[in-house]
Design a protein around this ligand. Structure first.
Ligand code: 3MF
Ligand code: MG
Length: 345
């Protein structure tokens, strides 16, 4: 924990081999244990998991075997002084989910997705976390006419209800994203995710996770997406990163593209005492060009810039801001913010 009370997390996929759709890995893989060993050194307290990060090959294991492997993983975490922040079902890699998971046209795929997510809930329980993050990777369409959006919406609701019923204490945070891998996703924004959650059988147990790059890809401002969810006490996680415009999901280091946009995310989180609500999760990738031994600097950069922006937010002259708002002198307020961001004035 840092001096402000924030705790930080990332997922093992954030230390990666640099492959992209056009080229092979450019760095050797680090073993899971090596990755785990780097958390504390880098200043992190918690691990974000996909179900198969915690229990590799779980589709071939029985529920009892899955639980026992998850318990062994919890021991590994404890040995490093780490905790699990959340577990997310990886529903987008099995051949049966080629056209979607919860919303596939194939009933077998839908059944697989719900069963797999129940195993994810078991893993979360064994790892000692009550939080599941659901990124709806393949719930959307490549071709509008191939699916029925009303059916899909009800299928998503039924799937979430089934998981809520299966596990009585689990909280589910939906992570919206507008596209990639699908052309058009069914749950593209915070508003969609919150609406879905409010409509479930147990709305108190469904919230959201906001990823900066996903908001930007939807043409929205991440700090407003954060604030909208906070207003309903539904922001249960964040994936801070950055994104250079409307293109593929870049997962750039936090603040590396737009410092002011990052400042506003930190400002809204900090003004609302987010350190008491959730962890500061990152979802960042090192550039493909980064040599193997230097491929964790994106994590260092993101964490430290976050903390520096907390300081920047707390040292902002709030009285002056109030005065300029009262005078409706937003040009002067703009000037104040820009100078403050540059360490002047
Ligand atoms: C995709 C993502 C994912 C999710 C992760 C946990 C690989 O754009 O952001 O990261 O965050 O699956 O839900
Ligand atoms: Mg993410």
């Amino acid at each position: 924990m840092d001096k402000y009370g924030y705790r930080f997390s990332f997922g093992p996929w954030n230390i990666h081999e640099g492959a992209d759709p056009f080229g092979p890995p450019v760095r050797p893989a680090r073993s899971f244990d090596e990755k785990l060993a780097s958390y504390k050194t880098l200043g992190f307290d918690a691990v974000q998991f996909h179900d198969d990060d915690a229990v590799p090959g779980l589709d071939a294991l029985s529920p009892a075997q899955i639980r026992s492997e998850a318990r062994a993983m919890r021991q590994k975490l404890e040995n490093q002084g780490l905790v699990a922040e959340f577990v997310a079902p990886r529903l987008w890699e099995h051949p049966i989910t080629v056209d979607g998971a919860f919303t596939s046209n194939d009933p077998q795929a839908r059944a697989y997705a719900i069963e797999r997510t129940k195993r994810t809930a078991d893993i979360a329980e064994e790892l000692g976390t009550d939080l599941m993050v659901v990124w709806l990777a393949r719930e959307g369409s490549y071709l509008r006419e191939s699916k029925n959006v009303l059916d899909a919406t009800h299928q998503l609701l039924e799937a979430i209800n089934a998981i809520l019923e299966y596990h009585p204490r689990l909280r589910i945070a939906i992570e919206p994203k507008p596209n990639e891998p699908m052309d058009l996703a069914y749950i593209p924004t915070m508003g969609h995710a919150l609406a879905l959650g409010f409509q479930t059988s147990q709305p108190d147990r469904v919230g959201v996770l906001m990823e900066s790059a996903h908001s930007i890809l939807a043409g929205l401002d991440p700090s407003d997406e954060i604030g909208f969810a906070l207003a309903f006490r539904k922001l249960w996680g964040v994936h801070l990163n950055d994104q250079n415009g409307l293109k593929f999901d870049e997962d750039r280091s936090f603040a590396s593209v737009d410092l002011r946009r990052a400042f506003n995310q930190v400002r809204v989180l900090d003004e609302n005492r987010y350190w008491e609500i959730g962890l500061v999760g990152l979802d960042v990738k090192a550039m493909r060009t980064q040599p193997f031994e230097l491929a964790t600097k994106h994590l260092r950069n993101s964490l430290h810039i976050f903390l520096q922006l907390v300081e920047v937010s707390r040292t902002l002259d709030r009285l002056k801001v109030q005065q300029l708002i009262a005078e409706r002198d937003y040009e002067e307020l703009d000037w104040l913010i820009l100078n403050h961001l540059m360490g002047k004035g």
